[in-house]
Ligand binder design. Sequence first.
Ligand code: ATP
Ligand code: MG
Length: 399
Amino acid sequence: MLMNIFEEAAEVITRLENNGYEAYFVGGCVRDSLLQREIKDVDIATSASPEKVQELFEKVIPVGVEHGTVVVRYKGKSYEVTTFRKEGTYSDQRHPDEVIFINNIDDDLKRRDFTINSLAMNKEGEIIDLFNGRADIEQRIIRSVGNPKDRFLEDPLRIIRALRFASQLGFQIEKNTFLQMRQQQKEIETVAVERLTIEITKLFQGEYVQNGLNYLIEVEAFKYLPIFKNHKSLIKKLPPLTAFHSFAEVIALLHYLDKSISISQWVKEWKCSNKVRSEAINLSESIEYYYKSGLDAWLIYRLHYSNVKAFTHLVKIISNDLNYSSNELTTYKKQLPIQKRVDLDFDGHDLHTVFPDFKKGPWMNKLLEDLEYRVVMRYLENKKPKIKEWIICHPPEIN
Ligand code: ATP
Ligand code: MG
């Protein structure tokens, strides 16, 4: 019996088969269904070329045609459909020199990183298991497909991927695989940072993050990761951890542990997005405020909604002295007198009518921020006459 999520995806496979091609579910979705874990996305491998797949389905997004991958949109869902392929040699250790499309799935499974990721399943739910991936799933083992040395040299990102699966699944790493991770770890430096960031983010988000980090320290792979390579004791400063919500949260914690490394440096060296940057700054400022002034409405007001869980988690890690859950903080935040400065019942124009003779200048912003603070803290009611009364009694100082 297939799980629901596969039943709909099976229609994609049926269409490929009806047109004379082979197609299977592959990779993470097969592994996670055997583990009865939540399946994030269903990937499909097929003998049809990317061009053929584009012909057979109405909505196809050509995300990586040269590597054989397209995204098929079918009944409102997305499926990554990749043509069976084997990879040529890797002279730059990043991309195979050539991608060769092939007709049968065996060689496609052989190019995959770990036995637990090299299973294929047909639409009837029957599994193709060329490398004993099922037994490794049962025994909770991460093991390279083929010779680990060659596989890590081919693509050293796999060293970090092994750590991230150890963190997500709580599995042990097979001895020889582990040995070669240690041996080949310096090759990590040749991997594009963006690829590392994706895997390290997943590592910190894993349910068994401590398992992944213990391996990261044991393998000493951190010695070849941005920033950690120049601050070798940093990783060992981390207290016992549970799953993070975002890379921004990781950055905020690491910055808290070593202030000499700025958030900007983390963001730059790990090539993070502007979103990660702004979330990390917001979290870091909230943490600083918390340890200086405690939890109050002003902190909650400025903390982004998207950061509430991360904030709660960070305080738990650092001092475990927060008496509120993230849900309680979110409810509290929703009930604040205002959500944003524009919600103030007073603006720059109103300021000008109260002080028509004052020239525009930085004092306006300063005063509005002061009003914002007073209203949020409930020292002042958010009503124009009340605010007006208050500022008349407390006129701004203008130099
Ligand atoms: P997740 O559930 O986190 O997405 P996943 O196993 O699907 O895990 P992906 O990174 O999405 O991981 O990769 C999909 C599949 O592609 C893997 O299961 C593996 O078979 C193969 N794969 C991905 N990256 C590599 C790599 N660097 N080397 C070899 N095989 C890889
Ligand atoms: Mg996946």
